[in-house]
Design a protein around this ligand. Sequence first.
Ligand code: ZN
Length: 152
Amino acid sequence: MKNCQFCQLRRPAEEELCQICGAVEFDPSVEGPPADFGLRLIGENRLAAAYEYLEGLVARGEETPEHCHRLAWLAYAFGDLRAVEIWSHETLRLDAGWIEAHVLLGLVLQRSGRWAEAAEEYQAGLRRPATPQRRARLEALLERARTNIPEY
Ligand SMILES: [Zn+2]
């Protein structure tokens, strides 16, 4: 098991590419099975089961930013962009400082060519406190989005 550096979800050790977000950067130092059942299902590549499980938790009142954010990443993996938006906005409603939700919303917007709106999401993320790595990632995403805005 290793941790994806981008979506932060556990991935099977043999994977070269994260099946959820498509990133290639992994932290191989993660050892042992995750304590959390939802993360375990994701690590076993049982993504549909993980989605159902997390949705169940949320429905039963365990609506945490972490659960909503994992649901958003899973929806991204399934290509359900509408659900990504819903879960990301829910994450931000629960915790406005959850900058990863801005990253995910930006990725969804740029997928449909809405670069200016994507740039706004990255800027919103940059207004929040973040680790140097996350800040660097947001800056790189913002830079790329800006170069794609036709009139920028
Ligand atoms: Zn990932």
